[in-house]
Design a protein around this ligand. Sequence first.
Ligand code: NAD
Length: 293
Amino acid sequence: MSRTVAFIGLGNMGGPMAVNLVKAGHRVRGYDLAVTPGPELEQAASAVDAVADADLVLTMLPAGRHVLGVYDDILPAARPGTLFVDCSTIDVADARTAHERAVAAGMRALDAPVSGGVVGAEAATLTFMAGGGETEFAEALPLLEAMGKKAVHCGEAGAGQAAKICNNMILGVSMIAVSEAFVLGESLGLSHQALFDVASTASGQCWALSVNCPVPGPVPGSPAGRDYRPGFAAALMAKDLGLAANAVRAGGVDAELGLRAAELYAAYAERVGATEDFSGIVRTIRDRSGDPT
Ligand code: NAD
């Protein structure tokens, strides 16, 4: 069924996601503060204008403050019962506040952050993790499937954001662990290939090692082989670990490694921003180790 969709936030992710909705036969009215939509989309004059006759409102914005600010502007302008789907990566607490404000305004809401990056947004191979009601998830599913290859309903409001930050906390910690192991191996005279051949088929196996290997050689195509061009930028990993650290502190969880990973990635991202893949952290570990190679 073709739907009328307002899409707010047409940056690196939102732009191609909106185009994939058009390709799937939906009418999309796009709005971004800074980006002019491509010819595939109808251009709205403002966020308020975009939502006026929408069945669903999708947002893909930088952070929670942007989502809450935009919601405050557009909730009064939408038709009662409109489904608001926020795909941005934001604090779990902000996601719950966004749900509450939407429901208080007579709307329905889902949080549905993604993994898969810009490549996944362009190829419509994103994974969505959603929080909210069953009915809302079922209604959004055809649109999520037009933009991705998989959508998991994780639970109630905020559960999608919770799944996203927990997954990325595993990823951040495991990338540091793999990187430290390679640098330790270097100091012990162990070749990268030998450590990879053992760990990738033994109990050290993980995505950070087997797919995004932080040293060049063992995995052709990993960012290490192209001087750490992203990939998944260090700045985005630092952002996601910051959100995880907020939730760790708010929940009083004893997640020492998650908090330490957030500190290490914050310091690393301050230097390299979005120019390096997050696996480039291996170089900072090597530098701090006095370069044993
Ligand atoms: P981006 O900076 O490229 O795009 C965000 C867009 O939002 C910008 O074009 C900006 O102009 C627009 N915007 C900001 N405030 C606005 C407002 N008030 N009204 C209208 N438009 C506004 O960022 P991105 O890479 O597309 O990421 C978007 C979200 O997706 C972030 O939460 C990010 O963490 C998440 N995410 C990104 C990736 C990735 O690889 N880039 C992967 C997974 C998740």
